[in-house]
Design a protein around this ligand. Sequence first.
Ligand code: 0PR
Length: 376
Amino acid sequence: MWEEGLGEEDVLKELHAASRKDMKFKDGNILGSMCTEPLAIAKMAHFDFIETNLGNAGLYPGTKLLEDIIIGQLATLLNGEGVSGHIVSGGTEANITALWIARNTTGKKEVIFPKSAHFSFFKACDILSMKPVSVPLTDDFVIDIDKARKKVNKKTAAIVGIAGTTELGMIDSIEELASITPDDAFLHVDAAFGGFVIPFLDDMPKFDFKIPEVSTLTVDPHKMGMATIPSGALLVRNPENIKEIETLAPYLTLFRQTALSGTRGSAAVASTYAAMRALGRRGYSRIVQQCMVVTNYAADKAKSVGLEIVKKPVMNVLGIYMPTAPSKIQAGLDEKGWKVSVATNPECLRLVIMPHVTKQKIDELFADLQEVLAGV
Ligand code: 0PR
């Protein structure tokens, strides 16, 4: 620990020197992240609520009210009028909490999820001593329902469907999963990414609380919700189920907690409120349409240079097959200042076209991609 403190100006100098080394969304070169530059008002709100702690909500009735309002707004967006929930730190915490509730409510320990599920489900199973049961995908890169059906048994605590897979943005058939979910098991939907995308696109399948069997749902404001990091949300259809993870907290203002975190930062609540209040459905719709225009532009561009796309993009995630190991191409692009990622299932180059990515950036990326391809 430093012996002497430093003047504010010098501290800021050091911080800014570190920050200058970081990539910034607004430069448009990050195409491998599911986050983006938060809305300006979301950033302002974040700083205004920097000291409130929803872990001790009795001190902060104003912030608690904001959380309740957001949960209510998310509930109507996702056809779950009356569902309850929490703002949490992100998709990982929401998924862990969902399985925690499922385990404690059902008393069972097996979790069935597709091979495309985010790795947070493995973390959850490890922490909760639950058994992960991974199900292969179809040729469309969604859960194979017949194979999933065969895994269902008396020990099944939860079946998980993904509405917007991390690697390709695909949507599992939640209705089919509902049809194989036993009455005493949970159906959890991971819409961490898709929850702020699917409601704003036409002709999309049902994926949310409109399906009566859906018990819990993850949706992340810090991804397509335009809020600051860290902001996730877990929605729970039956408020009684949340009590299954209740812990007494005798010396706090409300005497009990029903969240994984103790001290719960509230900046994310304020920032999520700010983004949702400022944008409304219409604002999100504009952002999603714009992302889809750029995504389809990128897909066409790929085809025009002779590359094959994995699937017609369902949302703003695009997989492109490479003629050689995608990790080599990724490394070549990295040298030219681009951050793209590589998917494993199938092996391909993966672009996430977030709101900070423009058509012009796609043109520049493909010019560099062609150079990299020519060199390997
Ligand atoms: N569920 C899905 C479907 C996800 O895609 C992710 C994260 C999670 C859950 C977990 O969410 P948290 O990371 O909020 O806990 N998907 C991205 C990923 O792991 C997250 C990400 C975001 C990665 C920004 C990189 C990055 O720069 O790939």
